[in-house]
Design a protein around this ligand. Structure first.
Ligand code: NI
Length: 490
């Protein structure tokens, strides 16, 4: 194991305010630590973290950013600058924030590795930024040509400009259709309201979809070459329309891709059926199980709060030991870790719902509960092509309202190794190994120590004769009821 974590604590002292009331704040602020750490994502890519304040210590203003570090200096320089710019944005927002403001600032950045070949490396970066009440999310795609040591912006992938212009025209039509659909969903608009709104939107739509690298700063593609392009809130329409995402099948755009980069988008000329991806994943999901938990001792290990940076590493471990598990994922994380989630699903693991962004559902209104659950269901089914069958509310916390609106069975656990609290792989492994027959074990794939504990957990539980299975395998043959709570098989 060459995984080393560096922890540097640097006290922030650079708050430049003048009046005496603010002076107190300086003292308070100066006790907030800027924490830096590094950990491995793959053999050649590390995750660097910068953190100021945290949820657990209830700091009012919080900043967390994760960014990649590779074996290529030109990439690291760009990523470092990008992260530092976000940090500066946070620090100046802290300096400008009014003391009487109740809600604090919450800035977060994380990334997903979307491409890694000897020729190109690509990252999708997501920022969740809150200046108090609402979170705005923003995506950025950073692709690098390793041989030429340069960043590939959208215009380089769709060169010459003539091709980029053609693509932009296509995209504009897709965005238009998406906006029109959203407008039709808005209530209380007469048709004349709509036509006025529509007329007023044209300029912003033209500007926001024009063929520039600034407009096309966020995009991903899947294994079949389906290209998704993301537009920020306010970019192509007013804030009411939120973020806009459009999709292009390879048939629509492949003739516009710069020859040299055709490979990048996984464009296979002979492939005709583009809907194949989800069909295929549907059939790879096991519906009949080799293990019969009514006859042999089973344990279901569950991983909450991902997908995250370490999920791929965990999937490698599970694959190596031929073990299936259940992932209770957050909708907002699934959305930016599509490939990881799809991989987990295709490799036979079960995907459950753990809410959109880990709110305590007990404190939410009926409508908010519905949003947390259904938005996440939609993201999961969009990625895997299958409906999720189980819900685990964050913190295992729920009330009657949640039960009524879950429309899914609620799956808790009967063993909590406290892996979120004690970040010690050996300790966590020993606790998880205490699992009982037909039990459900809680764990979190967001923690390095948990992922590191898993090989030992598997060895110990297998030595006891346990079969490690998914939740649906554990309960196979028993009918799970929506809104009912389960913490083990009976
Ligand atoms: Ni959780």
């Amino acid at each position: 194991m060459k995984q080393i974590v560096y922890l540097l604590l640097i006290t922030l002292v650079s708050f430049g305010c003048k009046d005496s009331k603010k002076q107190e704040d300086i003292q308070k602020s100066s006790t907030i630590k800027l924490e830096k750490s590094v950990e491995d994502l793959t053999d050649s890519i590390q995750v660097k973290n910068i953190q100021i304040g945290s949820e657990t210590t209830a700091d009012k203003n919080r900043f967390h950013t994760s960014y990649p570090s590779t074996m290529y200096e030109f990439i690291n320089k760009h990523q470092e600058e990008f992260a530092q710019a976000y940090l500066q944005e946070f620090q100046s927002a802290v300096n400008n924030s009014r003391e009487e403001a109740v809600a604090g600032l919450d800035f977060g950045q994380h990334f997903e590795l979307i491409e890694s070949t000897p020729a190109t490396i690509g990252f999708l970066i997501e920022r969740y930024t809150s200046y108090g009440n609402n979170y705005d999310s923003q995506f950025f795609t950073h692709i690098y040509d390793i041989k030429e040591e340069k960043r590939l912006q959208f215009s380089a992938l769709f060169a010459p400009q003539e091709n980029f212009d053609k693509l932009a025209a296509l995209v504009k039509e897709k965005v238009k259709a998406a906006l029109q659909e959203k407008m039709n969903e808005m209530e209380g608009l007469t048709s004349s309201d709509k036509s006025t709104l529509w007329k007023n939107m044209q300029e912003q739509l033209d500007e926001g979809t024009m063929a520039t690298d600034k407009n096309y700063h966020a995009f991903t593609w899947d294994e079949s070459g389906n290209l998704s392009i993301y537009f920020d809130k306010y970019q192509v329409a007013s804030g009411d329309y939120g973020n806009i995402e459009i999709k292009l099948t390879p048939e629509l755009y492949k003739h516009l891709v710069t020859k040299k980069y055709q490979q990048l988008f996984h464009i296979q000329p002979e492939k005709v059926d583009t809907s194949g991806a989800s069909d295929e994943s549907l059939t790879t999901s096991p519906k009949t199980f080799e293990v019969d938990c009514s006859k042999v001792p089973c344990v279901a290990i569950t991983f909450d709060d991902g997908p995250a940076a370490r999920t791929s590493q965990l999937l490698d471990i599970l694959k190596q030991h031929e073990v299936k598990a259940t992932f209770f994922v957050l909708g907002k994380s699934a959305k930016v870790q599509k490939n990881t989630l799809l991989r987990a699903y295709k490799e036979g693991h079960q995907i459950g719902n753990h809410s959109w962004d880990h709110k305590d559902l007990k404190n939410l209104s009926e409508e908010e509960i519905g949003n947390q659950i259904f938005k996440t269901n939609d993201v999961i089914s969009e990625i895997t092509g299958a409906q999720t069958q189980v819900l685990r509310p964050p913190y295992g916390s729920f009330n009657q309202l949640v039960k009524n609106h879950a429309k899914l069975p609620i799956i808790l656990w009967n063993l909590d190794p406290l892996d979120w609290k004690d970040r010690n792989a050996e300790l966590v492994a020993n606790r998880m190994a205490e699992a009982q027959v037909n039990g459900i074990v809680l764990a979190h794939d967001i923690h390095k120590s948990t992922v590191e504990a898993i090989p030992e957990v598997i060895a110990k539980l297998k030595a006891k004769g346990y079969h490690l299975v998914t939740i649906d395998n554990l309960f196979a043959g028993q009918e799970l009821e929506d809104g009912k709570v389960y913490s083990r098989r009976h």
